[in-house]
Each structure stands twice: as structure tokens, then as C-alpha cells.
Write a protein that binds this ligand. Sequence first.
Ligand SMILES: [Zn+2]
Length: 419
Amino acid sequence: MNVHFHGGAQEVGGSCIGVETDNAKVALDYGIRVGEEDPGHLPQDFDVVMVSHAHLDHSGNLLSLSKGKPVIVGSEITREVTAELLRDMIRIKHANGNYFPYTNEDVANIETCWWTRNSIALPGMSINLHPAGHVAGANMISMQAEGKKVLYTGDFCLHDTEILEGSRLETLPKDCDALIVEATYGGTARPRRTELVDQFLRQIVMTIERKGNVLIPAFAFHRMQEIAKTIDRAMDDGRLPDYSVYVISNLARKITRYFNRHKHYFNGKVAGQRQPFNYRHVKRLRRTEQIREPAIAICTSGFGHAGASLHLLNEWAQDENNSVVISSGYLPPDSPLKVAREKRELINGTGKIPVKAEIEHIELSGHADQNELVQLVEALKPRKTFLVHGEPEQAKALSEKISEMTEVYIPNRSEIYVI
Ligand SMILES: [Zn+2]
């Protein structure tokens, strides 16, 4: 069995790993390098493309298969959200006047080629999916062929979040010949989730006490619904006082429909409600002009470089009573949020504006941290472990922690290993 690292090796983005036997050729994920000029070119001759979850760095390259008849396998909500994110990508590319040879018809073709299964069999190979935490519908992928066992984690977490259960170690295959594991936060240990949520709510309360506005930039898929639900519940419980709260994102509005329709992907508390993502306190708005201040606004984009979050960042950052809460672990180097946090300034059409609002970074991440990654390796005891989806320093830090338990490899893009 050969394992071929086509992308996502020593980098975050463009995830795609080929697993090849004499009889079958399978792709694990089919992602793009998000925000880069060259999205990455992947081989097209796979028998099956397995998609771990809907983030475009794992699924965004599927459009390049849309003219053929690919076989794509993944969870139902992954199919629906991937289609929504692909349509959004096409819309943005065309609106920016970029050459992009795909339309919504290509997305429809991808959807008809998509099988929602928890397991499949190919000649001499069986493949199973296992819930991975991380975001709604995310799966790990295990495969057995030629007497070998391989587990690919995709993006995952072991910790539970406010709406989603983490991956359960006892459901995952032990003693694999190869574990291919994400190392996004291989060098980072985080406080417990409940502590981070407390910190998050405290920041909001402090801002409310001085009648300020709170801006929370978030991604339209999962993080936005999770944060909205957390604030909604906290107002129900009295942990937060009543205050105007808004979500502003057209894309999130579409995705939230799938969340309500497929509530069985979420934890029991959420799944037990009739329409869990129709909030009691949080209102949906189409435009920032509809906000009645003071308010809490959860909006896209997650990096603050476009949309309502860029607009409100420019409007609210100059007032020391306001705060901006960043929940994403990673920020691109030149993103407005990163510049605002590190240099305390914003650069827009009229020049530089000083940032006076509080900017808090509270990482409500859906990725495993170093402790969870070590725990996974300890429990599964793989013979070989390949670290992917991580900057080299993160992967190296993790490697040092696990190298006595397993043979560790940090593959380069295009490298092939024989299992
Ligand atoms: Zn992801």
C-alpha cells in the first residue's frame, strides 16, 4: 500500500492524501489552498474521493472533478455545506472579476455524485467513517486493505464543545499500521474549553457594563452557530444580561437551515430541541445599518477582511468602550484583525486609524491541542504516525512529544511512503 501526500503536508491548506493498492486508488480529502492564487492541482484518477468535512481546505478542489463522474463519499451535512461554500466561492470569484471556469451547475453535479455513507467497500478494501468532533458532520476515515490498517483523522478534537461532542477514542481503530494525524496545534496547549467559554462571557459582560459594542468575527459554518447558541443560552440562564445580539451573514443564514434540519449531528442537549438554531435572543440581520446599538454583533468574515465584520471593525475599533473578540486560532499575517491586535491600528481607504477598543483573543477552536493529540497517539498505539495539516514548527513540537511511542514522519508535499 502506498500513501501519497498530494497536499496539506507541512502546510495548512490543500489537504489531499492518496492511498493506493493494486486494486484501488482512494483520495482522502480534496482541498484547495484557501486565499492563494494557485489553488493546487490534484490528480483526477481516483476511484473514490472521501471528504472528511466541509471546510474548503479539505473539499474546495472538488469543482475540478465536476466535468466528470467522480464518486464522492462523506456525511450528508458535509455534502450540503460543501455545496453552499462552493457556491459562495464561485460568487466571490465572479464578483471580483477573476477568471473561474465553474458555475452553480458544476456544484449541482458534485452533489449528484456524492454518496452519504458511513462505510464503503472497494475491491480488496473496506473504508469506515468515525465522528471527529471539529465541526458538524466531520469524520475520521479508516481503511483496511492488503492486511494493513490506516486511520486518517482529518481535522478533529477530543474535547466537547457547547454544541458538538468530541471524537470518542473507544470508537477508533487501535494498532494501525499508519496514523495520519493533523498537527495544526501540535505545539500548543490550551486551557479547558469551559474556562475559555467563561473568559469569553466575562469579556462580553464587562463590555455590556460600560454599554459598549462587542464585535465577534466568525466563520459562517459552525463557529458562528456555536457562538450564537452559546450567547443565546447564556442569556436564558442569566449568565449574560439581556442585550441586543445579532448575527449578520447571508451564508450563515443558509447553513443554519441545515443545522436545524440535521440536529442529530449535535450533542443531546441541542438535538432534543425542536429548532435548536432558531435563537430566542439572537436576531438575524441582513445589514449593519439595522443594528440598534449598543449591541453584540457576530459576523463574517472570520478574519475581518470583508463583509460586516470589516465594516464594524472600522466603525467600532476607535471607541475604548467597545471590544472585539477573536475566536479563531489562526489569523493570516496581513488580516485586519491581526494588524488591529498587534499594531493597534487599522488601515483603510482614508489612512491609519488608531485602535482603542479592547481586542481579546479567546481561542474557541475545534482542533485538538497538543494534549489531545498526545492522548490520541497513546490510546491508538499506531506503528507509524504521519503529521499533516500543520506548520513545520507545530509538527516538530508534536513529534518530540510522541516519538517514543511511534515512528514519526513529517512528510513533504508529493512524497510517497510504502506502508
Ligand atoms: Zn477543518
